[in-house]
Design a binder for this molecule. Structure first.
Ligand code: AHR
Length: 320
């Protein structure tokens, strides 16, 4: 009997059997995964989760690191199509500019799963599902925490600076929008400056230095779109002779161990969780898709908010 491999998008399934005599052995499913890069503690945990989960599930993973460049992701996806993988998954560095390559995957009948970040395409049939956080809600949670803090503060107005993530990326756009929604019209909160820190510690530090140079002690609050930028900014604040977490209140997102350590040290005030542990859900969705089982178009990760007061208790339980 001959080996057959079929992958059909839509009522998607793949059948891959190798048969000899009367015994059948399933061929391992092959996934091509294009990762954003290695820009943050979060991203490293996300990569580890995907690699571990693939191993656990017996899925052959072809992993490509795009080094934060969309053109590298497009190249990787084209190479996965050429290799005829069973399923393509990726975390898109930015939201726009994906139609052409996703149409190529669709034409090749290879299903695409998005993890972590969204794409902005009119034709939603270009991907099967998006697995990951609700970034707008994360921004709202950060904004709500700050609004509560401001309500208790005896200062009439708190001046806020914002370190945004990668320009054009879903988490940067959504976390900004959610935060703005939560603090809109709040007379006690004033946005002084906002600029990208590219989700990295080095850039977070550099931009915070510039903010401090321009506004010095007028800055009361830093809102960072991720913990790495907050940790970089903490260094800048200390080097400027100020106390992070006290002179400047710091609100950030991710909930990585580094942030918990900073909270325990009194240098960060709150971290809104964004879980990178998406590997198991991704592998399950991939298996379902190729088996022709229905997969919901959106799988949202459950997350919490961790203020500094609970950090010492929670730190030993953190998985990333
Ligand atoms: O897309 C998720 C974001 O990307 C994380 O918040 C950030 O740390 C990462 O680089």
């Amino acid at each position: 009997m001959t080996v057959t491999r079929r992958t059909i998008l839509g009522g998607a399934f793949a059948l891959a059997v190798a048969a000899s005599g009367s015994s059948f052995a399933a061929k391992p499913l092959v996934m091509g995964f294009s990762q954003v890069g290695a820009e943050s503690e979060w991203r490293s945990a996300n990569t580890a989760s995907i690699k571990d989960a693939a191993k656990q599930a017996g899925i052959t993973l072809k992993f490509a690191d795009a080094q934060q460049k969309q053109e590298n992701q497009v190249k990787a996806i084209r190479s996965f199509i050429a290799q005829r993988v069973d399923v393509i998954a990726f975390s898109p560095v930015v939201e726009t500019g994906w139609e052409t390559v996703l149409r190529e995957a669709k034409a090749a009948k290879i299903p695409v799963i998005l993890t972590d970040r969204a794409v902005n395409v009119a034709d939603k049939s270009l991907y099967v599902t998006l697995i990951g956080s609700d970034f707008v809600e994360e921004g709202r949670r950060a904004g709500r925490w700050l609004a509560d803090y401001a309500a208790k503060s005896n200062k009439p107005v708190l001046n806020v600076v914002e370190l945004q993530g990668t320009v054009g990326s879903a988490p940067a756009l959504d976390r900004k929008a959610g935060f703005e929604e939560a603090i809109k019209g709040n007379p006690k909160l004033k946005m002084l400056r906002t600029q990208t820190g590219e989700f990295t510690r080095a850039k977070g530090k550099e931009v915070m230095e510039a903010f401090l140079k321009a506004h010095g002690k007028d800055i009361n609050v830093l809102y960072a779109h991720n913990d790495d930028m907050a940790i970089g900014a903490i260094q800048a604040i200390e080097e400027a002779g100020l106390k992070p977490g006290k002179d400047i209140i710091i609100v950030s997102i991710d909930g990585v161990k580094g942030a918990f350590q900073a909270m325990v040290a009194g240098k960060l005030n709150v971290s809104v969780e964004c879980s990178p542990l998406l590997g198991p859900q991704l592998m399950k969705a991939a298996q379902d898709v190729v088996a022709g089982k229905p997969v919901p178009p959106r799988i949202v990760t459950e997350e919490r908010v961790f203020p500094a007061e609970v950090a010492a208790k929670e730190l030993p339980n953190r998985k990333y």
